[in-house]
Design a protein around this ligand. Structure first.
Ligand code: AP5
Length: 216
C-alpha cells in the first residue's frame, strides 16, 4: 500500500506516521525528518534547506521533489508519505512521478485539529538532538526529564518551534497546503480524521481508516 498523511503543523503526522508505518509494514517518508538529517550532515541540500526551515517557509519545490523521488524509488514495500506534498505544484509533481514509476497512491488521509490544539502541541514539543525522537512536556513526557527514552540523547526545543516561526508555519499551511484538501477530496481513497484525542485514540482511528482503505 502507498499512502499519504497530510495536515497542519503539530497535528501529529510524525508521531502517528512512525507508528502506522511500523504497524502496516510501510516505509515512513517524512520530508521534515529527511531535511533535518540533511541539515545535520551539512549536505548541499541541507545547507540550502536550512534558511527556509528556520524561517518556517517551504523549501523550493524542485529540491524536495528530488529528495522524495529517491525515497519513493527505494520503498518497494510501500510507503507512508508525511509532509510531502505541501502545495499544488508538489501534488502534481507527485502524480507525475508515481505515473512514471507505474505506482499510485491508494489512500490519502487528512488529519485535522483546531489551531489552539496545534499551538499547544507545538509549544510543548521536545525532540532528541541525537535520534530525532519526539516528546511532549505534558502529553508524552520522557521517563527522565531532558533525556531521550530511545537513545539517552539530550532533549531540545526544535529551532522552528519558536513562537514567531510557528506563526509563519501556520500561515504557510493556511495559504499553500490547506488548499490541497480540495485537490485530494476527489481521490477515491480520501479519508478525513479528527486528530484530537489521545495519541492512542488517534492511532486506532488512523489504523482502522488505512486498513479499510487498503481493502477496497
Ligand atoms: P515538518 O517537520 O514536516 O513539520 P510540520 O509539517 O510543521 O509538522 P511537525 O513536525 O511540526 O508536526 P507533526 O504533525 O509531525 O506533529 P508531531 O507528531 O511532531 O517540516 C519542517 C519544515 O521542513 C517545514 O516548515 C519546511 O520548511 C520544510 N519542509 C518539509 N516538507 C516540505 C515540503 N514538502 N516542501 C517544502 N518544504 C518542506 O506532534 C507535535 C507534538 O504534539 C509532539 O510533541 C507530540 O508528542 C504531540 N502530540 C502528537 N499527537 C498528540 C496527541 N494526539 N495528543 C497530544 N499530543 C500529541
Amino acid at each position: 500500500m502507498n499512502a499519504l498523511l497530510f495536515g497542519p503543523p503539530g497535528v501529529g503526522k510524525g508521531t502517528q506516521g512512525k507508528r502506522l508505518a511500523a504497524a502496516l509494514g510501510l516505509r515512513h517518508l517524512a520530508m521534515g525528518d529527511m531535511l533535518r538529517e540533511a541539515v545535520r550532515r551539512g549536505t548541499p541540500t541541507g545547507k540550502l534547506a536550512k534558511r527556509y526551515m528556520d524561517a518556517g517557509e517551504l523549501v523550493p519545490d524542485e529540491v524536495v521533489a528530488g529528495v522524495i523521488r529517491e525515497a519513493i524509488a527505494a520503498s518497494e514495500e510501500g510507503f507512508l508519505l508525511d509532509g510531502f506534498p505541501r502545495n499544488r505544484t508538489q501534488a502534481e509533481m507527485l502524480d507525475a512521478m508515481l505515473a512514471e514509476m507505474g505506482r499510485r497512491l491508494d489512500c490519502v488521509v487528512f488529519m485535522d485539529a483546531p489551531e489552539d490544539v496545534l499551538v499547544d502541541r507545538l509549544s510543548g514539543r521536545l525532540v532528541c538532538a541525537a535520534c530525532g525522537a519526539s516528546f511532549h512536556r505534558q502529553y508524552s513526557p520522557p521517563a527522565k526529564p531532558g533525556v531521550c527514552d530511545v537513545c539517552g540523547g539530550k532533549l531540545i526545543v526544535r529551532e522552528d518551534d519558536r513562537e514567531e516561526v510557528v506563526r509563519a508555519r501556520l500561515r504557510v499551511y493556511r495559504e499553500q497546503t490547506a488548499p490541497l484538501l480540495a485537490y485530494y477530496e476527489r481521490h477515491p481513497g480520501f479519508v478525513r480524521v479528527n486528530a484530537q484525542g489521545t495519541p492512542d485514540e488517534v492511532f486506532n482511528t488512523l489504523q482502522e481508516a488505512l486498513t479499510r482503505c487498503a481493502e477496497v
